[in-house]
Design a protein around this ligand. Structure first.
Ligand code: AMP
Length: 215
């Protein structure tokens, strides 16, 4: 079955973590515009260079860039459906996504808002690191990197911290979220597509809430 969903929530809400679970268990394709932009930076492309400063400052890159990235991925198709992670982040992006899906004869099945309080976000983000090989997410306090220095998921030994996971940039990212992204909650509510889950629980508890929404 094809299911297309949006995971909506502030930075650190756990969108990426839950998206990875859905990929493993349902064969869906994760479309993270943040990951795509970081890949563009790592590859040294002109676009990557253009967005680097904006991202480091915690601001949003322009709608046309991220919409272009999503359009390309949608064209590749996915049997299990798509998980939009970190996209859309503005109303024009949401409208563009609706048009792109319409154009493919596809639809959004659910928009899942992951609710977390701001203090938890600061704690999660400033303590966050990920495995450089598989992307498994660690937290210095709640889920430290194993003592043997090997990723519990894949055995990788390289761990990364994001350049924008510091308090200054996070404050800016939160501001962008409240100003530009949180209006999407009302937008999708009005369309009858919004479901909310408590993002503060254990990973498996959040996963179960999402599964209940997806049915
Ligand atoms: P994320 O990995 O989703 O936290 O995104 C990291 C950064 O990439 C954000 O702070 C923005 O600078 C940029 N970014 C990611 N997705 C979008 C988007 N949909 N619209 C605009 N900027 C984005």
């Amino acid at each position: 079955m094809t299911t297309n969903i949006i995971l909506l929530g502030p930075p650190g809400a756990g969108k990426g973590t839950q998206a990875r679970k859905l990929v493993e268990e349902r064969g869906m394709v994760q479309l993270s515009t943040g990951d795509m932009l970081r890949d563009a930076q790592a590859s040294g492309s002109a676009m990557g260079k253009k967005v680097a400063e904006v991202m480091a400052a915690g601001q949003l890159v322009t709608d046309d860039i991220v919409i272009g990235l999503i359009r390309e991925k949608l064209e590749q198709g996915s049997e299990g459906g798509f998980i939009f992670d970190g996209f859309p982040r503005t109303l024009p992006q949401a409208d563009a996504l609706g048009e792109l899906l319409d154009g493919m004869g596809a639809k959004l099945d659910a928009v899942i808002e992951m609710q977390v309080d701001d203090e938890a976000l600061v704690q999660r983000i400033t303590a966050r690191s990920t495995c450089g090989d598989c992307g498994e997410v660690y937290n210095d306090i709640t889920k430290p990197i194993p003592a043997d220095g090997k990723c519990s998921n894949c055995g990788g030994t390289e761990f990364k911290r994001r350049a924008d996971d510091n308090e200054d940039s996070l404050r800016q990212r939160l501001m962008e979220y409240y100003k530009k992204t949180s209006p999407l909650i009302g937008y999708y509510y009005a369309k009858g597509q919004l479901s909310s889950v408590n993002g503060l629980g254990e990973i498996d508890a959040v996963k179960a809430e999402i599964a209940a929404v997806l049915g």
